[in-house]
Design a protein around this ligand. Structure first.
Ligand SMILES: NC(=O)c1ccc[n+]([C@@H]2O[C@H](COP(=O)([O-])OP(=O)(O)OC[C@H]3O[C@@H](n4cnc5c(N)ncnc54)[C@H](OP(=O)(O)O)[C@@H]3O)[C@@H](O)[C@H]2O)c1
Length: 380
């Protein structure tokens, strides 16, 4: 099957039944059956893996736009539910629906091949299924990882950078229930080479995915990933441990010093790894960096900028705590702590945060602003 033809040779847009002779694979039949007499667009034969908040939003918009996309759930039962419920996205970007869906359990795609696999599971699941997915790629195919934190880097180290493209999502999405998704902002996917640098394949994949959802290619993906990681490690994780968003936890005495220590430790690891963090909304380098030479007002102004953008968001990790779900802490602060130790950068705060998050996951602690005092005492 690997040597087989990739996605059927469709002209750029064909209306009507599928061209004769192209239904060679079970999944092709499934796709054509689903689209009926709809509009088929040519492009990369793509598998979206993980039909949760992000994968469901992207998958629905892709199918609704007629892109050659298949969906993979964890289990046959989940696939069956989506087939009968259909898919709907609402919110920013407008409504999109798909009523009949080429979806199956991931294992059912074992004999299929794809040019692009968009991996939209949580971090640990992404690491677990990446080796299987690498066997579903045609020669020259790409596995695109869009998890937060160090996932694409870890997967690229394990499978080889030729197979893997990294991504991050500035797009916010939630799953109301399986099959029903809400896009929360006008963000986009940012994709690029894990090791940095521009590439034709990143540009091609960005152009293809843009048919479904805002997607841009960057020549400095590591810089973008670290800029997001800086905020995930500080704004988001600390908010989860404190049980309240940044604007509130920065009003308790331990908030500002714990934030500062976490942010600066993370930034030191980023810079030691050779990354140049990208400016996103806020400058990733605090005023006066390195050191504390900047006037207090300048630093407060920089914090105020971060707070204005992110200070009221409820951290998704806090939702994970509340629902008793495993968090992605090992790929956020845990990743920074591990890399820092490898690079010889002291990372006591990120290590303490990671350990504390695990204790909350295990029910030994609960999120509370006092956790910030605990951290300050541990790392003093
Ligand atoms: N949602 C956002 O707005 C957002 C924004 C930025 C970044 N991200 C990142 O994007 C990633 C996905 O987030 P999310 O919010 O979409 O998570 P999510 O809602 O939990 O969705 C993950 C989906 O993956 C499925 N899955 C797990 N293992 C699988 C497997 N082996 N095969 C097929 N499907 C599998 C899960 O199915 P089960 O339910 O059966 O486990 C679930 O439907 C995370 O790393 C997150 O940090 C999300």
């Amino acid at each position: 099957m690997r040597a087989g033809r990739s996605f059927p040779l469709l002209s750029s847009e064909v209306k009507g039944p599928a061209p004769p002779g192209v239904q060679e694979r079970a999944s092709d039949k499934l796709w054509f059956a689903c689209l009926g007499d709809g509009i088929y667009r040519s492009g990369m034969r793509t598998l979206v893996v993980g039909i949760g908040a992000l994968g469901g939003t992207i998958g629905t918009r892709a199918l609704s736009a007629g892109l050659p996309v298949w969906l993979a759930t964890r289990s046959a039962g989940s696939a069956e539910r989506l087939r009968s419920s259909g898919l709907r996205v609402s919110g920013v970007g407008g409504e999109a629906t798909a009523s009949s869906i080429p979806v199956a359990a991931l294992g059912d795609y074992a004999a299929e091949t794809f040019e692009l696999i968009l991996l939209a599971t949580k971090a640990q699941d992404a690491l677990d299924c990446a080796p299987f997915l690498s066997r579903l790629l045609v020669a020259g195919g790409t596995l695109l990882c869009i998890q937060n934190g160090g996932v694409s880097q870890i997967v690229a180290e394990r499978l080889g950078g030729d197979l893997v493209l990294g991504g991050l999502s500035n797009l916010g999405a939630t799953m109301v229930e399986p099959g029903i998704y809400e896009q929360r902002n006008a963000g986009h996917l940012l994709i690029g080479e894990v090791a940095g640098g521009g590439s034709d394949r990143a540009a091609r994949i960005a152009a293809f995915l843009s048919g479904a959802i805002g997607t841009k290619a960057t020549a400095n993906l590591p810089g973008a990933v670290w800029s997001k990681l800086l905020l995930n490690c500080s704004v988001t994780t600390l908010g989860a441990l404190a049980g309240q968003p940044m604007r509130r936890y920065m009003t308790v005495a331990a908030g500002p010093p714990v934030f500062r220590k976490t942010y600066e430790e993370t930034l030191s690891v980023a810079l030691a790894s050779g990354t140049r963090p990208e400016r996103m909304i806020v400058d990733p380098l605090p005023p006066g960096w390195p050191g504390a030479s900047a006037p207090a007002g300048e630093h407060a102004g920089w914090i105020a900028e971060i707070t204005a953008t992110y200070g009221d968001l409820k951290p998704s990790m806090l939702q994970d705590f509340e629902r008793g779900r495993q968090t992605e802490i090992d790929f956020i602060n845990g990743y920074v702590a591990q890399l820092g130790q490898k690079l010889g950068v002291p990372v006591p705060m990120n290590a303490a945060i990671t350990a504390m998050a695990h204790r909350i996951e295990q029910g030994q602690l609960r999120p509370h602003p006092d956790r910030l005092d605990d951290l300050l005492r541990t790392v003093a």
